[in-house]
Design a protein around this ligand. Structure first.
Ligand code: HEC
Length: 202
């Protein structure tokens, strides 16, 4: 009886292996093959009007992902740049602010002082971006921290594309300036607002 059971199990497992193999090897059409399924006799479909061809990431390198080639080149240029290769426009800062809010703010806080909610709940506090060492660190240091990680901080290379890393660097520079700006360099309206603002940390 035990031997029969064993045999049955082995047969079942073998069948599993066969089914798994079938999933690797599914029926599929070769590009431009004929098909009786569609009325025009072709298995290839025309994209709907106004469809935008888009490809990014590992698939961008495949023959079907030519549209991603431009972005891949941009990624390479951004990765090899020694300092921020983009001019600091409001668009770049807004993009950096948005990406910062998604990926960095939970630990580094909206003000960049390292007192984010995750740190408050027990994760080690990151250093403040406003310490002298980080104010004097070159742009590339911030880019490298995102690309490779730093100490116990993970790398964000798989989540933040290289051009976006520079947008975040520009935004961190704006955060740093926000804490160390010389009041005399502000436009008159901003100076008036500042004079009206209550004293002390907010
Ligand atoms: C999960 C929490 C967390 C997130 C999210 C996070 N960091 Fe950090 N970060 C840390 C911690 C913790 C450190 C300190 C690491 C150490 O010294 O071991 C750190 C350190 C840093 C430093 C300082 C490196 C130095 O020279 O001391 C920079 C710059 C930095 N992070 C940038 C970023 C940016 C930009 C993002 C978003 C793309 C980000 N971090 C997302 C936790 C985080």
């Amino acid at each position: 009886m035990r031997a029969t059971c064993c045999l049955l199990c082995i047969c079942c497992l073998a069948a599993c292996e066969k089914a798994k193999q079938d999933m690797y090897d599914q029926p599929q059409y070769k590009p431009f093959a004929e098909s009786a399924w569609f009325s025009d006799g072709s298995s290839s479909r025309t994209p709907p009007d106004n469809a935008v061809v888009y490809s990014r990431g590992p698939f961008a390198g495949t023959s079907s992902g030519r549209a991603g080639a431009g972005e891949a080149a941009e990624d390479i240029a951004a990765t090899s740049a020694k300092s921020n290769p983009y001019s600091v426009t409001m668009g770049l800062l807004k993009r950096g602010q948005e990406r910062y809010a998604i990926y960095c703010l939970p630990c580094h806080s909206p003000a960049g002082d390292g007192d984010g909610l995750i740190a408050r709940r027990g994760f080690p506090h990151p250093p403040s971006y406003h310490i002298d060492r980080l104010r004097q660190a070159p742009d590339r240091h911030f880019f490298d921290v995102m690309s490779k990680g730093y100490g116990i901080m993970h790398s964000y290379a798989d989540r933040v594309a290289p051009p976006d890393r520079w947008a975040i660097v520009a935004y961190i520079r704006a955060l740093q300036l926000s804490q160390h700006a010389d009041a005399n360099s502000l436009p008159p309206e901003a100076r008036q607002q500042l004079a009206k603002a209550p004293e002390g940390p907010r």
